[in-house]
Write a protein that binds this ligand. Structure first.
Ligand code: SF4
Length: 352
């Protein structure tokens, strides 16, 4: 194995000679905008995140503008990106920076990582890109590259494994160009050392890569735990007349907090019988089911959501009083933020 210096030099050479796409946040020195881009890009493909970054930057060009925005507006702009706690934390931290830190973004890793919603990865990205601090980013891309080049078979999702990858990453990062190094290894993992079918034929580490030499690219990196997905069944009630519809806001402690949805019955199993009775019991009045949609399936990291939308009739719309629900004019519906699946359904029935 060649030296650590070779690793960072090779990576920087690759970066300087590659034609990787320029992105609006690359080279950015405003910590607010770097933070914004990093939060948007977590768990999100660049192609999907890019228009969101542009919209946020235009709507809230400064941390103060974001801090002063109503939460519903922030959530609506975030709609469709998923992992909505990111948006809530972004907003809460913007307020903290704008009011308590008097608009001054912390400038060292140690302080940045204390901000709500900013983990070690994002803090290292901001500290290195903006402030030139030698702090290595460690995300899925970095772990994949390091485990393959160095043949590390330690599971990365254990305490020991995480420690090992963090230490190696910190040892390898360039002292002179930490920001460029971090950007490069992330780009390299996204472009060359990709999860399936890495492009070893065009890789500058092929002469020393353990995975390539031993043909173990598919085995590395190693994950210890299998992700077991919980299945959830959401039955949404479409309660509307010609002018209004009933919606409700999702509360704390679950997915999609702060977004709006239709009144919903959650069931641990699919409801195959007595749907009318279940809905009537839930609403507290006898009602009719006019129709229902196909099943919409949404995969989240730890859960699979199956949603069905039920068109309900036979209730006194004006008198309906479902806990926490509000009646809104159909023409105002677009001003609320909805989870993807609800937004899709409402668009399909031409309400959005
Ligand atoms: S040789 Fe292949 S597996 Fe090894 S670092 Fe390069 S792309 Fe990844």
């Amino acid at each position: 194995m060649k030296s650590n210096k070779d690793f960072s030099d090779t990576l920087l050479d690759w970066n300087r000679s590659s034609n990787y796409r320029q992105m609006p946040w690359k080279g950015e020195k405003d910590p607010y905008l770097v933070w914004l881009s990093e939060i948007i890009l977590q768990q999100t493909r660049v192609e999907q995140g890019l228009p969101y970054f542009e919209r946020f930057k235009k709507t809230y060009p400064t941390v103060r503008k974001l801090a002063d925005a109503p939460e519903d507006d922030v959530m609506r702009l975030w709609q469709g990106l998923g992992y909505y706690s990111r948006a809530r934390n972004l907003h809460a931290t913007a307020k903290h920076i704008a009011y308590e830190l008097k608009g001054k973004f912390p400038s060292i890793y140690h302080d940045i990582v204390k901000l709500k919603g900013i983990g070690p990865y994002t803090a290292a990205a901001i500290a290195s890109f903006v402030f030139g601090e030698r702090q290595a980013v460690v995300d899925g891309n970095v772990i994949r590259v390091l485990s393959r080049v160095y043949g590390i078979a330690e599971p990365f999702d254990t305490t020991d494994g995480r420690k090992q990858f963090n230490e190696l990453a910190q040892k390898l990062i360039s002292a002179d160009y930490p920001g460029e190094y971090n950007q490069s290894i992330m780009d390299f993992g996204a472009q060359i050392c990709v999860p399936a079918k890495p492009k070893c034929g065009e890789c500058p580490f092929a002469d020393r890569c353990v995975a390539y030499k031993d043909n173990r690219q598919d085995e590395l990196p190693v994950r210890a735990k299998r992700i077991i997905k919980k299945e959830r069944f959401f039955y949404y009630l479409v309660l509307k007349n010609d002018k209004e519809i009933i919606i409700s806001k999702r509360g704390a402690g679950d997915i999609w907090q702060g977004l709006y949805e239709l009144p919903m019955i959650e069931s641990a199993k699919p409801i195959r019988k007595n749907l009318k009775k279940t809905v009537s019991d839930h609403l507290g009045v006898a009602c009719e089911i006019l129709n229902y949609s196909n099943i919409y399936t949404q995969q989240l990291t730890h859960q699979t959501i199956q949603s069905v939308f039920i068109f309900v009739d036979g209730i006194d719309f004006q008198q309906t009083n479902i806990n926490g629900a509000i009646r809104v004019p159909l023409k105002k519906l677009h001003t609320f933020g909805f989870p993807k699946v609800v937004h899709l359904f409402l668009s399909e029935i031409s309400l959005l």
